[in-house]
Each structure stands twice: as structure tokens, then as C-alpha cells.
Design a protein around this ligand. Structure first.
Ligand SMILES: C[S@@+](CC[C@H](N)C(=O)[O-])C[C@H]1O[C@@H](n2cnc3c(N)ncnc32)[C@H](O)[C@@H]1O
Length: 444
């Protein structure tokens, strides 16, 4: 009977991470998968899994060169891929240039031993111990030649599916490499300050008093010097702030809203932008979402931020079927933060690229077009609609809006940032996720 590993040894963390990776390869999101990880291992398993998602393209190609067939057991395969990701990082690590490390750099022999140990402690994958050991050791010996052979392989080079790389290359001939490179780095942690409760400067000083450094960013934002679990940052339970990327904070300011207006947030959950609008304006707002469970989170978030009240209606409904929920009174402003591929936020959700399929692009764009067309009649003449996606694909941004404008002669596009691409070499705290914003006015 093998000895049980310590609850939080590296081998236990590797096994927990491999279980999460296995779930992603079977089509489940990483956050859902990690929710089942024991609390003692969750933070470490998350860091290891995020790292693996950012290296998975290389690891899969390496595995395919090192063995004729993947291990038939999916957990053993996930553990082998994780071992390859980590070993590659350790062996290729250049300490003097690596400023964005998302995991500790382990010694190569420790990694091999602990990965084999992880297999030894799980009855279903124990039979793959020798295979994992042999493959990792061979990779250690032949790494340079193996990587050289993969130099022209887009999936191995960029760690995104080949179709994703091709789409970005077509959409952004000058920027695609930059977008892909940044997508493989961890993003900064930015807070949106609840200006009903404190100013950005007040919150910055309060955090500094607790030893947390943060920089004022955008209008309502603070970027932390280093990401922290939310519960370790003062003021979360009191509703002083929310986590929201800088690019996502633009929507709350771009939609022209003044006190007393009647506003629709048509795809509202979990309520980040609903809350931002309510923090800044005394408005009557309908927060709609087709997913009742996610809609419940809008209510919880507004309660935490002390923003609840009779001026807010939460409705579970389909934005493309207004007849089932609309009361017939036009809105002064509509925020359409539509479902999308989320290709702009892959650095925060590194599993997304492996979960999406090429066919999702057209399906998602078609749903966006239906939602836009269905919301348009709900806007009063002279009102404004802000169309938002967290995607860098043009089909969900510029192309979508161009098609909408061509079909709606009463729609007038106003200045707004359009596609926001992640940028390298920005001043600290000014680099946002990939987003798209289009502001459209209805002719009066
Ligand atoms: C990008 S998220 C919205 C994020 C949100 N605005 C925020 O800032 O927190 C898109 C949302 O659209 C919802 N959704 C998807 N299809 C929908 C539809 N047909 N009608 C309304 N909501 C929909 C999803 O459940 C999801 O919560």
C-alpha cells in the first residue's frame, strides 16, 4: 500500500490540477472544475492549471512526438501534459527576464519525481507511472531538438488552437502576435471603486494602510501591484469596490446616462456594469439575463455594494424575445453587453481558447445580431445603445455593427473606442483586456 501524500504536497497539487485539466479537455470550464478541488489545494491547483492552459498547445504537440498514442486514461494524459508544461517552463526559465511568473519555478528533477509520485498515489493512473517517468525524462534530454521541430507549428508556438491564430492573423495583420503573446501572460488585478461609498484616492490610501500598493487607473479604477484573493483586500464585504478590468469599466461611462433615465441592461449577469451605472447615476434600471442562476448573482452583487432598491428590476428573460418580458415603455438607454466568445479575456480565463470551437464564432455572431435587432425597437428616438463584447474577433465587433447599421437607417454610430486590443509595454495599470464598444444613437 503506497504511503499517503501530505495534504498539500506538490504531488497532491499536481494531481488536483491534472483533474481540473482533464475536465477542461472534456469540455468543462476550469472554474467549474476547480470548484470541486479540496480547499487546501485549490489556490495551488488553480495556479498550476492556469499555467498549463497557457502552455497546452506546446505540451500536446510534444506528447505526440514523444509517444505514438496519448495514454488511454484521460487523467494520466492530463497529468503527463501538465508535467510537460511545467518541465518545459523550468528548463527554459531565464530568471533575469522572467518578470511575469505565474507559478514558482521548480527544479526539473523535483518536477519529474513529484509528477510520478502524483500518479503513484492514484489507483487509476498508477499503471502509467513508468510511462510518465520515461516521457518526462526523455523530454528533458531532447528538449532543444523537439522544440526546434515545432517552430513552424502555430498551435505549439502560440498555445491557441490553429483556427484561433488564423482568425486573429486575418483580423489584425499588424497586431495578432502581440495579442497572442499577451494572452499567455497573467493579467493585472484592477478594482472598480464604488464611488457612492469612497473615492479612488480614499480607497488607495486605505489599501496602503493595510500594506497593499495600488495605482489610480482610468476614472474609477485602482490596479493592484500584485493580484490578491478578494477576501484579503479590505472593504470587499462592505461593498467599497468590485473586481473589474479597466476595459470593462469603460462601458459604464460611455453610455450617455443622466439621473432619472430609464435604462435597460440587456445581458446583465453577474452585474458588473449594472452596478457601475448605479454607482454613478440615480436611474431606473432593468437588469435582464437569460440565465436565472447568473441573474441571482446580480442581486447579490448589488446588495453587497449597497445599491439595491425599488428602482431596480431583475428579469430572467431572453433579450432576443422582448415580447415575453418588455412592459412596452421605451428605454432612454440600452446596454447590450452581449454573449461572445470572450476571446479578449483569455489571459484571465486561459481555458476559453481550448473550450471554444471554430463553429462557435458564427453561431455567437448570429445570436448577437438577433439580440441587437430585437433590442432596437425598445429604444426611444434620440436614445443611445452601447454594444459591447469582450472579444477581439472582428466578426463580433466592427463587422457586427457595420451589418446592423446597414439594416437600420435610423441608427447613427457615434464616437467610442471600437476594438480595444491588449497592448504590450503600457504604463503599469493601463493595460486592459480586449474589448469592443460601439455607441449607436437612434435618430429622433
Ligand atoms: C458578457 S456576459 C454579461 C456581463 C455583464 N454585463 C457584467 O458586466 O457583469 C453576457 C451575459 O449574457 C447572458 N445571455 C446570453 N444569452 C442571452 C440572451 N439571449 N438574452 C439575455 N441574456 C443572455 C449570459 O447569461 C451572460 O450572463
Amino acid at each position: 500500500m503506497p504511503e499517503q501524500p501530505a495534504a498539500n504536497s506538490l504531488s497532491t497539487q499536481l494531481l488536483a490540477s491534472a483533474q481540473a485539466i482533464q475536465a477542461v479537455l472534456a469540455g468543462r470550464s476550469l472554474s467549474d472544475s476547480l470548484a470541486h478541488t479540496p480547499v487546501a489545494q485549490r489556490a495551488a491547483a488553480q495556479a498550476l492549471s492556469f499555467h498549463a492552459m497557457r502552455r497546452l498547445g506546446t505540451a500536446r504537440r510534444l506528447r505526440d512526438r514523444l509517444i505514438a498514442h496519448p495514454p488511454p486514461n484521460p487523467l494520466a494524459d492530463a497529468l503527463l501534459l501538465l508535467g510537460l508544461c511545467l518541465l518545459d517552463t523550468s528548463l527554459g526559465h531565464a530568471p533575469e527576464t522572467d518578470t511575469r511568473r505565474d507559478i514558482p519555478v521548480y527544479a526539473a528533477h523535483t518536477l519529474v519525481d513529484q509528477t510520478v509520485e502524483a500518479a503513484a498515489h492514484h489507483p487509476r493512473i498508477r499503471p502509467y507511472k513508468k510511462l510518465i517517468n520515461a516521457v518526462l525524462r526523455r523530454f528533458g534530454r531532447e528538449r532543444t531538438a523537439l522544440l526546434h521541430d515545432l517552430a513552424d507549428d502555430p498551435e505549439a508556438t502560440w498555445n491557441h488552437p490553429e483556427w484561433w491564430v488564423r482568425t486573429l492573423r486575418n483580423d489584425w495583420p499588424d497586431d495578432w502576435q502581440n495579442i497572442l503573446q499577451l494572452a499567455n501572460e497573467p493579467g493585472p488585478m484592477t478594482l472598480r471603486v464604488n464611488v457612492r461609498q469612497n473615492t479612488p484616492t480614499e480607497l488607495r490610501d486605505r489599501l496602503a494602510a493595510s500594506g497593499l500598493q495600488a495605482t489610480l487607473t482610468g476614472v474609477d479604477g485602482l490596479t493592484l501591484a500584485a493580484p490578491r484573493p478578494v477576501q484579503d483586500i479590505p472593504g470587499f464585504d462592505q461593498g467599497l469596490w468590485s473586481v473589474q478590468d479597466l476595459a470593462a469599466q469603460q462601458a459604464g461611462r460611455l453610455l450617455p446616462v443622466t439621473s432619472g433615465m430609464r435604462v435597460l441592461d440587456a445581458c446583465a449577469a453577474p452585474g458588473g456594469k449594472t452596478a457601475h451605472l448605479l454607482e454613478r447615476h440615480n436611474i431606473e434600471i432593468t437588469a435582464l439575463d437569460s440565465d436565472p442562476q447568473r441573474l441571482a448573482r446580480v442581486g447579490q452583487n448589488l446588495d453587497r455594494l449597497r445599491l439595491g432598491g425599488p428602482h431596480i428590476r431583475l428579469i430572467a428573460g431572453d433579450a432576443s424575445q422582448p415580447a415575453s418580458w418588455w412592459d412596452g415603455r421605451p428605454y432612454d438607454a440600452i446596454l447590450a453587453d452581449v454573449p461572445c466568445t470572450a476571446s479578449g479575456v483569455v489571459r484571465r480565463h486561459p481555458d476559453i481558447r481550448w473550450l471554444r470551437r471554430q463553429g462557435d464564432l458564427r453561431k455567437t455572431a448570429a445570436l448577437q445580431a438577433r439580440i441587437l435587432a430585437s433590442l432596437w425597437p425598445l429604444l426611444r428616438p434620440g436614445g443611445h445603445l452601447l454594444y459591447v463584447t469582450c472579444s477581439v474577433f472582428r466578426i463580433e465587433g466592427e463587422q457586427q455593427v457595420d451589418a446592423f447599421l446597414a439594416r437600420h437607417p435610423d441608427a447613427l454610430r457615434l464616437p467610442a473606442p471600437g476594438h480595444i486590443l491588449p497592448r504590450a509595454n503600457c504604463a503599469p495599470g493601463t493595460q486592459g483586456d480586449g474589448f469592443f464598444h460601439a455607441l449607436i444613437a437612434k435618430r429622433g
